[in-house]
Design a protein around this ligand. Structure first.
Ligand code: GLN
Length: 450
C-alpha cells in the first residue's frame, strides 16, 4: 500500500531520495513470520517507516541531502536504525532533507526542494521536510527526523503533524551525520503523540558508542499517556507572543490554550528574558560546530571527489567547492571565522555564555510551571523561493524553536488547527517544551489535547 503511494505521489512531492522497495518487502515478510509465530518483541513489528537521509543505513545510499555524499553507501547502521530494525520496522526508504540539515524550508537539498502536500507551491519546512511531507501525504505512518534548531518541530507545524524532539542525550547520535554535535537530537514525525510514544520507546536509551548519550532508564512512554491534566501548570512565554507572530497563528494558539484550561490546566505567564538572543547565539554556536564536523569531507576516504585534481590541495579545494552547496559554505565560513584566533572570545565564547543564560532562564521558568507553551513557527508554510535568497529572514523563522536546543530540553509540536490563506488552508503547530527528561509528561500533555 505505502510503496504504491510512494510510486504515485513522490514524483510530485520529492519527499524521498531513495526507495528501498525490495528490501522493504523482505523485511515485511520477516515481520509477518515473527508475528505469526508469536515471536515479535515490539508493537512496532511490521510498521512501515521512512528514515531521514541523515541516518547511516547499512548498504543503502546515505546522502544527507548533499552532493558531497551523493555516492556514499553507509557501511553500518546508525544506532536508531539498528534498534528500530530489531523491533521489526520495515524501512520504505530515505527522506529528502536540507543539505547537512542546514535550513528551514528544505530548499538547500542537492536533490531539489520538497513540496508541502497541503499546497505544492509551499515549503514543508526544514530541515526534516522530506520526512514531514512523506508522513503528511500518507507515504508512511512514521518517519525519523533530527532537530538541531527546530528541524523536527517546524516541519511538523507546517505539515500538520506531531513532531517530537527528546532531551539532548536521550536518543543516540551514533551513525547520525553530525551537524552541530552539542545541539543535534533524533526524534520522530508521526500523526499523534501516542504514535511518537510507541516509536520513542524503542529508539531511546543509552548507547556506549555515543559519549553524550545519557545512561538513565527509558520509562514506558505509553504508561502515563492518559494521566488527567487537572492542575497542570502551563507557562506562557511572554517573549513568544511579542514581535513577529502572525495574528491568525496567535489566535489558534490561544484557542488551544483555552482547551487546556477547560481540561483543568492553569495558565501562568513567564518570562525568558534572554530568549530574544537565541537566534544570534545559535547562528554562532551551530556554524562553529558545523565547520569542525564538516572538515572530514575532503574527498579522500569517502564522498564526492572532483575530476582530475592537479595536486592534493586542488583536490581538497575543488572537492569541497563542488561538493557543498551555498548554505553549507556560508555556515563553514561563519563557523571558521567565529572560532579563529582573535575572534573566538568576541563571538564563540560570548555565545556560549549567552547560551548558559538562556538555559538558566528555562530552569527558572520550570521552578514555576510544568511545561511551556507557545507557537512553533511565526507563520504557516511560506512559498517555495520566498526566503531562499535571504538567509537572515530564513534564520528568524527558527526564533521559537532554537531555545530548546540551546538548553537541551525536550520539545514538541502538535497540530492545533489551520488558517485559510487564499484558496488553501495551512496547518499551524502548538509548541510544548518541558524540563530535561520530561518526555513522558510532554507526551501526556499532547495526548490529552489530541
Ligand atoms: N533551521 C535551523 C538551521 O538551519 C535548524 C536546522 C536543524 O534543526 N537541523 O540550522
Amino acid at each position: 500500500h505505502f510503496l504504491g503511494r510512494i510510486e504515485r505521489l513522490n514524483p510530485a512531492l520529492n519527499a524521498l531520495i531513495t526507495v528501498t522497495g525490495e528490501q522493504a518487502l523482505a523485511q515485511a515478510q520477516r515481520a509477518d513470520e515473527l508475528l505469526a509465530a508469536g515471536e515479535a518483541t515490539s508493537v512496532l513489528a511490521g510498521l512501515p517507516l521512512i528514515h531521514k537521509d541523515i541516518f547511516c543505513t547499512d548498504g543503502v545510499l546515505t546522502t544527507c541531502g548533499s552532493r558531497m555524499l551523493s555516492n556514499f553507501v553507509a557501511p553500518y547502521d546508525a544506532t536508531i536504525v539498528e534498534r528500530l530494525s530489531q523491533a521489526g520496522v520495515v524501512m520504505l526508504g530515505k527522506a529528502n532533507m536540507d543539505e547537512f540539515a542546514m535550513g528551514s524550508s528544505n530548499e538547500t537539498s542537492w536533490y531539489g526542494p520538497v513540496k508541502n502536500p497541503w499546497d505544492l507551491k509551499k515549503v514543508p519546512g526544514g530541515s526534516s521536510g522530506g520526512s514531514a511531507a512523506a508522513v503528511a501525504a500518507r507515504l508512511a505512518p512514521v518517519a525519523t527526523a533530527t532537530d538541531t534548531g527546530g528541524s523536527i518541530r517546524q516541519p511538523a507545524a507546517l505539515t500538520g503533524l506531531t513532531g517530537f524532539k527528546p532531551t539532548y542525550g536521550r536518543v543516540s547520535r551514533y551513525g547520525m551525520i553530525a551537524f552541530a554535535s552539542s545541539l543535534d537530537q533524533a526524534g520522530t514525525l508521526t500523526y499523534t503523540a501516542k504514535d511518537a510514544a510507541m516509536v520513542l520507546r524503542d529508539m531511546a536509551g543509552f548507547d556506549p558508542r555515543d559519549s553524550t548519550s545519557v545512561d538513565t532508564p527509558v520509562p514506558d512512554y505509553l504508561a502515563e499517556l492518559d494521566q488527567p491534566l487537572t492542575g497542570l501548570k502551563i507557562g506562557l512565554v511572554k517573549e513568544f507572543f511579542e514581535g513577529g507572530l502572525e495574528e491568525s497563528t496567535a489566535n489558534l494558539i490561544r484557542e488551544a490554550l483555552r482547551v487546556y484550561e477547560r481540561m483543568g490546566a492553569k495558565l501562568i505567564e513567564v518570562s525568558l528574558p534572554n530568549l530574544p538572543l537565541s537566534v544570534p547565539t545559535y547562528y554562532v554556536v551551530a556554524p562553529a560546530e558545523c565547520s569542525s564536523n564538516l572538515s572530514r569531507f575532503d574527498g579522500v576516504r569517502f564522498g564526492y571527489r572532483c575530476e582530475n585534481p592537479k595536486n592534493l590541495e586542488d583536490m581538497y579545494k575543488r572537492s569541497r567547492g563542488e561538493g557543498f552547496g551555498a548554505e553549507v559554505k556560508r555556515r563553514i565560513m561563519t563557523g571558521t571565522y567565529v572560532l579563529s584566533a582573535g575572534y573566538y572570545d568576541a563571538y564563540y565564547l560570548r555565545a556560549q555564555k549567552v547560551r548558559r543564560l538562556i538555559t538558566d532562564d528555562f530552569a527558572r521558568a520550570f521552578q514555576q510551571v510544568d511545561v511551556l507553551m507557545g507557537p512553533t513557527s511565526p507563520t504557516p508554510a511560506f512559498d517555495i523561493g520566498a526566503k531562499v535568497d535571504d538567509p537572515i529572514t530564513m534564520y528568524l523563522n527558527d526564533i521559537y524553536t532554537i531555545g530548546a536546543n540551546l538548553a537541551g530540553l525536550p520539545a514538541m509540536s502538535v497540530p492545533c488547527g489551520k488558517v485559510t490563506m487564499g484558496d488553501t488552508s495551512l496547518p499551524v503547530g502548538l509548541q510544548i517544551i518541558g524540563p530535561h527528561f520530561a518526555e513522558a509528561k510532554l507526551l501526556n500533555v499532547a495526548h490529552g489535547y489530541q
